[in-house]
Design a protein around this ligand. Structure first.
Ligand SMILES: Cc1cc2nc3c(=O)[nH]c(=O)nc-3n(C[C@H](O)[C@H](O)[C@H](O)COP(=O)(O)OP(=O)(O)OC[C@H]3O[C@@H](n4cnc5c(N)ncnc54)[C@H](O)[C@@H]3O)c2cc1C
Length: 389
């Protein structure tokens, strides 16, 4: 795993892993079984690792030389390490800090950043990013039904969002709606706060995996917000949605990679220790073949997830790279986690051995942030239009 990393990067990874193994891992069975939201463990982790302003890790990032590329490395490795231990931690963190705060930070006014992005980044508040609707998933922009209408110094929003990470508990929502103004329609992002008139959220859904990351609906019923809640002054937020989705796909790759790597390591350790027929099962070539193929997937996935870190860049290449990277790592996470169950066999099917949870978590990343088919279409279109031969 550590191939190509600097000593500082290794040390950071080790520190994050030790903390999560010691402090969070023991909480996970109860968090999953009881569907407990991950916000308190996340806040404690931020404080303990010094990820907030003035903290140890934050200071290290600020002072490190550019070749360490810690600004890119730390969030990436944090997502990997969180999902190894608890997918829900990684997913909720990504939705709040990466998607909601990230959007306000990238496109908001100074006032919006101060009022909403800063508390979200510090996890003083929890954010949600609401694009998907009951009838608008893969075609989220085209088929969007949520509407915004300008009324004097206010906007009035109507619509329903679904499958929204953190929605049942979030304080701040970045919500997309179509704005009808001056005879034309544009997609826009708005900041809505819990407590705003006309905003409501549903109960957490019961779902297959990521059980400690709450998912739910957002209802907007004549939700009246002041005009300064519009994010970005562009004619349309379509470009920003695509940009955010590309970033999300890079974050999701890291989440998938954490699942994949953990599943591989559990299977490898088990293959070394489990005795059958008078020898470790890892001594049988048919088991070794499975492990070799799992490792092949791991090594390729690692190249996608850390390519930009190792190249000293900020973001993982083109739109096509973000899409095929997410597609590949997500599919390989499902494959490797399923293979891990096979190597553990009966024990793999039991909750105690963790790999069944990894299979359940892995499947989501083939769907969320755009399904496999949407990644294929996005990458294919980009290649035809932009790839330089
Ligand atoms: C746990 C969880 C958390 C989520 N968090 C968020 C969040 O925080 N914010 C948010 O906005 N959304 C979120 N989502 C929504 C997620 O992004 C959508 O579920 C996803 O984009 C797919 O949309 P859909 O479920 O409506 O599927 P659909 O779009 O209905 O797709 C159904 C099937 O049809 C296929 N299909 C659709 N269109 C095409 C096409 N043009 N060509 C070929 N095949 C096609 C799809 O690939 C899929 O197999 C979350 C979802 C889940 C499950």
């Amino acid at each position: 795993m550590e191939i190509g990393f600097t000593d500082t990067q290794r040390m950071i990874r080790r520190t994050i892993r030790d903390y999560l193994t010691r402090e969070v891992e023991p909480l996970v069975p109860e968090m999953e079984a009881e569907r407990l939201p991950p916000y308190d463990p996340l806040r404690k982790m931020m404080a303990a690792l010094g990820l907030g302003r003035g903290g140890d890790l934050a200071a290290l990032i600020a002072e490190s030389p550019p070749e360490e590329n810690l600004k890119t490395f730390v969030p990436r490795v944090l997502a990997v390490e969180m999902s190894r231990v608890c997918g829900g931690l990684a997913l909720s963190y990504g939705a709040s800090v990466g998607l909601a705060a990230g959007n306000i930070r990238a496109r908001g006014t100074e006032e919006q950043k101060k009022r909403w992005a800063v508390p979200l980044l510090k996890l003083e508040k929890i954010g949600a990013w609401a694009l998907t609707e009951p009838q608008a998933g893969s075609a989220a922009i085209r088929d969007m039904k949520s509407r915004a209408v300008r009324d004097g110094d206010h906007y009035v929003l109507n619509g329903t969002k679904t499958f929204i990470t953190n929605a049942p508990y979030a304080d701040v929502f970045v919500v997309y709606a179509k704005l009808e103004q001056h005879g034309s329609t544009s997609v826009q992002a708005f900041i809505v706060e819990r407590g705003d008139p006309g905003l409501d959220t549903g109960k957490p859904f019961k779902k297959m995996g990521f059980k400690s990351s709450p998912t739910g609906e957002v209802f907007l019923s004549d939700c009246r917000i002041s005009a300064d809640r519009l994010i970005g002054g562009e004619p349309s937020a379509k470009g920003a949605v695509r940009e955010r989705l590309s970033r999300e796909r890079i974050g999701l790759q890291a989440i998938s990679y954490g699942i994949l790597e953990r599943a591989f390591e559990i299977a490898l350790r088990y293959a070394r220790e489990r005795q059958q027929g008078g020898r470790p099962i890892g001594g049988y070539q048919l088991v070794q073949r499975r492990l070799a193929r799992m490792y092949m997937a791991l090594a390729n996935a690692r190249a996608y997830v850390f390519a930009d870190v190792l190249a000293g860049r900020d973001l993982g290449g083109t739109v096509a790279d973000a899409s095929v990277g997410k597609l590949y790592v997500a599919e390989m996470a499902s494959y490797v986690a399923t293979e891990a169950i096979h190597i553990l066999a009966g024990n793999g099917y039991m909750e105690e051995y963790v790999v069944e949870r990894l299979v359940r978590d892995a499947k989501l990343i083939e769907l969320g942030g755009g399904t496999t088919e949407i990644q294929e279409l996005t990458a294919g279109r980009w290649l035809v239009e932009h790839y330089e031969i």
